[in-house]
Design a protein around this ligand. Structure first.
Ligand code: NAP
Length: 256
């Protein structure tokens, strides 16, 4: 039977590649992002390339009420979602006081509030179904505080903690929650967040979003609770367990 994947931030980067993998598996898609034009092009391309139906919903998920609006639109179209991929998110590189509050507010709304509300809406809707998979895209930023990206790192720490906690709660309902933690990846995120100038990224060869998306999809399908992309990222994330948090903060400050 055909499955349906609902993917946020599907217009580019990791989200677009996750969408492509679902399409290649024959899953119908509901794709959302702000840019209607990009979504229209992706719909046309995917429906030509794969035997799938693509529904697009252009929405700014940093706006209050937007998560519920998207959910209602999906319900009005009588589509049953099997996979929820909370991928949309952005960061910002620089000292905390130098970035304006509106950007932080939008970041918290998108990276935390919308993701949490979508989980709440779908998990409530899936009660009794004994099925449903959620992939929440966190980051290796989730494992330690991040001076110069303080708010972004904290939002991803939230995503990791929240995903693990609800994952434990919904095991009994046959639902799986995967917190996926990519390290720096070669996407528009780097330019958008201005992280491109940071020591962690400048001059390094970053993995392509396609490779990262494959890891994310595999982790979600197998129902893994937490998945970190890349051996080096896994080692770094796990090292955090053995060093005092104050050291991890100083090291991250130097690396960023
Ligand atoms: N790239 C990295 O190094 C990296 C590392 C770790 C974690 N991550 C995480 O991976 C996820 C995907 O990032 P990416 O690297 O693929 O970045 P990306 O290429 O910039 O893609 C971000 C996606 O989110 C959408 N989006 C941004 N703001 C939005 C908003 N307000 N409302 C709705 N959609 C919005 C964008 O589409 P529109 O602009 O059209 O809205 C786009 O589709 C994010 O959660 C990010 O934090 C990325």
């Amino acid at each position: 039977m055909k499955k349906v994947a609902f993917i946020t931030g599907a217009s580019k980067g990791i989200g677009l590649e996750i969408a492509r993998i679902h399409a290649a598996h024959g899953d119908d898609l509901i794709l959302t992002a702000r840019s209607l034009h990009d979504l229209q092009e992706i719909k046309t391309h995917f429906e030509c390339e794969y035997p799938v139906k693509v529904t697009i919903i252009a929405k700014d998920l940093s706006m209050a009420g937007s998560a519920e609006e998207v959910f209602d639109e999906i319900k009005q179209q009588h589509i049953d979602v099997d996979y929820l991929v909370n991928n949309a998110g952005f960061g910002d590189y620089g000292y905390f006081a130098d970035t304006n509050w509106d950007r932080y507010s939008a970041m918290i709304n998108l990276n935390i509030s919308s993701l949490t509300e979508l989980c709440h809406l779908f998990i409530s809707d899936w009660q009794g179904r004994k099925a449903g998979k959620i992939l929440n895209v966190a980051s290796t930023a989730a494992f330690q505080p991040g001076p110069k990206m303080a708010v972004y790192f904290a939002t991803k720490a939230y995503v990791l903690s929240f995903s693990q906690a609800i994952g434990q709660e919904v095991k009994k309902d046959g639902i799986t929650i995967t917190a996926f933690c990519p390290g720096p990846t070669n996407t528009n995120f780097m330019d958008d967040s201005q992280m491109i100038v940071s020591r962690m990224v400048a001059g390094h060869k970053l993995p392509a979003p396609k490779e990262v998306a494959r890891c994310a999809y595999k982790a979600m399908i197998s129902g893994k609770s937490v998945a970190i992309h890349g051996t080096k990222n896994r080692i770094m994330a796990n090292l955090n367990r053995f060093v005092p948090r104050s050291w991890a903060t100083k090291i991250t400050d130097k690396l960023l």
